[in-house]
Design a binder for this molecule. Structure first.
Ligand code: MRU
Length: 350
């Protein structure tokens, strides 16, 4: 049995940081082969990096965009409001599904308009606050989620909702880290997550660094895993949770949620309130990103594709609220989320 590290020693990797007046992004396309940071000095490059998956995962996208707003303010220092707005629009359009992106841009914009001080300083301070709060929320959610786990057990996760997808520590992997440190989780099963392979390239890399036992499976092996191993929880992050509790997250999550429930497992969604979007009524209203079919051909080893074959590549799906046993937020856990419970969470003064 491997020695268990303390929570404070887990999940140290940084996907985003502000350094020497620039936004530094760990290029996640190159992991796990190499840890290479890109230095981005303008908002257009940040928008492009988000579209190109240099940085990915809902909270990390929001944090990168927040620093992008600070860069946009610096570029538009002449005070040209139309120019600034077009830079912000470009950031907001970088990816459509994760609510954290627009949430962060709005929050930083409001702060720089509100504060009497220099707009760049105000924007950067707010971006830093978003970043630090995200890490703190993940630590809180990690503990709250781990309390729900009756150990010792195995769990399944999908995609990457770890330190790489957030300001640090992770949402779903934050719960995994706390559950492991408390001796409740014995093993994590991770699906590879086609076509970008966030599961095999990123989640397995993060867990291996922390010496948390992880077994990688192809996505299509999960039904058999649930039938044979009966993992206790499916633990995932989210890109957007709608007013009624539907969850938009990585493609393939819905099938895993159905499988978990079919085999006596439970479904835990771990998401900060920056991912909850009460202005989107339900899952059917979420803009689902469809990426280029080339991504699927590339992973099939046929980069040029096959003439005459159409490809559909939706990268998120909707898990209906009825399939969610627990929604873990930094403000508390909602069992079986629905419209009333989510409204109540937002009506609390925090
Ligand atoms: O396409 P990606 O890699 O940005 O998708 C990320 C996910 O689906 C994550 O699971 C989600 O953002 C939760 S992040 C803590």
């Amino acid at each position: 049995m491997p020695r268990r590290k303390k929570v404070s020693d887990l999940g140290g990797v940084q996907a985003v940081r502000w350094q020497d007046d620039a936004c530094m992004l760990l290029d996640q396309r190159r992991l796990p082969e190499e840890e290479h940071y890109l230095r981005l000095e303008d908002s257009t490059s940040v928008a492009q990096a988000i579209s190109d998956m240099v940085v990915r995962g809902a909270p990390a996208i929001g944090i990168a965009a927040a620093y992008g707003v600070a860069l946009a303010v610096r570029e538009s220092a002449t005070g040209d409001q139309a120019d600034l707005q077009s830079r912000l629009d470009r950031l907001a359009a970088a990816r459509p599904t994760a609510s954290n992106l627009v949430w962060a841009i709005r929050r930083v914009s409001a702060a720089m308009d509100r504060d009497g001080r220099d707009r760049f300083d105000a924007a950067l301070a707010e971006a830093r606050a978003i970043h630090n709060e995200d890490i703190a929320m993940n630590l809180t959610m990690g503990e709250l989620g781990a309390e729900l786990i009756a150990g010792p057990c195995s769990v399944v996760t999908h995609c990457n909702a770890g330190a790489l997808a957030t300001g640090g520590f992770g949402t779903a992997l934050g719960v995994v880290r706390c559950g492991w440190a408390r001796g409740k989780i014995q093993r994590v099963f991770a699906g590879e997550t086609r076509p970008w392979q966030q599961g095999s390239r990123l989640t397995c890399w993060e867990l291996a660094r922390d010496e948390i036992p992880v077994t990688l499976l192809v996505d299509s092996a999960m039904a058999q895993l649930f039938r044979r191993e009966h993992p206790q929880w499916l633990i995932v992050g989210a890109d957007r949770v709608t007013a009624n509790g539907d969850v938009a997250t990585k493609i393939g999550t819905y099938s895993l949620a159905v499988l978990a429930r079919q085999h006596g497992g439970r479904v835990m969604v771990v998401a900060p309130t920056s991912t909850l979007d009460v202005s989107t009524p339900d899952g059917d209203s979420v803009p689902i990103e469809h990426r280029s079919g080339d991504e699927i051909w590339a992973i099939s080893g046929q980069p040029a594709g096959i003439n005459g074959v159409a490809v559909d590549n939706p990268v998120f799906d909707i898990t209906p609220a009825a399939c969610v046993d627990a929604l873990v937020t930094e403000r508390g856990v909602i069992q079986h989320p629905d419209f009333e419970k989510i409204s109540k969470l937002f009506s609390r003064d925090v």
